[in-house]
Design a protein around this ligand. Structure first.
Ligand code: K2U
Ligand code: ZN
Length: 183
């Protein structure tokens, strides 16, 4: 398994529509394993394939030990009140904004063996599912912000983006991007 480089805002891959996976092959399972390892190294709770430069419709999630690999996921039902919470994105480091989303979702997907499953989630897991499935359709949390909030977020990104030449964020293995940082 490998820790992959993360693509950051400005890389056109983050705005592409992903391709449906027609067969869950060993290559897709290797991508899933690498995405989990990359997500953990980045201290994330979700990661979508475009964030590691791949255009297959695949994402992974792990919220408080509830771990899912989702192939061709789709939201089939949203219920419950809308809830607003601060979101960030591993592809837009150090930028945050409040996003309103349905508080409960039902998602249908294939698992790493190609078997179809359905899961209903609420709270942070529901939010994460929606955030990752947005990624698979070229949508970012910024797109849910008001004009003024998005302008402020993009201004913040302008201050950060020079740290990522080529729109690449290289992760240090071991979970810290600053290895000499006190753990
Ligand atoms: O897709 C990604 O960029 C990973 C996102 C997923 C996410 C964002 C907002 C809310 C829920 C999930 C995060 O950057 S992972 C970092 C994180 C960690 C704990 C709680 C929220 C976000
Ligand atoms: Zn994200």
């Amino acid at each position: 398994m490998s820790v992959l480089a993360i693509r950051v805002l400005g890389d056109p891959v983050l705005r592409e529509e992903t391709r449906l996976v027609t067969e869950v092959t060993d290559d897709i399972r290797r991508l899933i394993d690498d995405m989990f390892e990359t997500m953990y190294a980045a201290n994330g709770i979700g990661l979508a394939a475009p964030q590691v430069g791949r255009t297959q419709r695949v994402c992974v999630v792990d919220v408080e030990g509830a771990a899912y690999a989702l192939v061709n996921p789709e939201v089939v039902r949203t219920t419950g009140p809308k809830a607003k919470a601060e979101e960030g994105c591993l592809s837009i480091p150090d930028v945050y904004g409040d996003v309103e989303r349905p508080s409960r979702v039902t998602v249908q997907a294939l698992d790493r063996d190609g078997a179809s499953f359905e899961v209903t989630a609420e709270g942070l897991l529901a939010r994460c599912f929606q955030h990752e499935i947005d990624h698979l359709h070229g949508k970012l949390f910024l797109d849910h912000l008001s004009f003024l909030k998005r302008r402020a977020a993009l201004a913040r990104w302008d201050e950060e983006k020079d740290q990522y030449p080529g729109f690449i964020r290289v992760l240090k293995v071991g979970g810290s991007e600053h290895p000499d940082e006190e753990l």
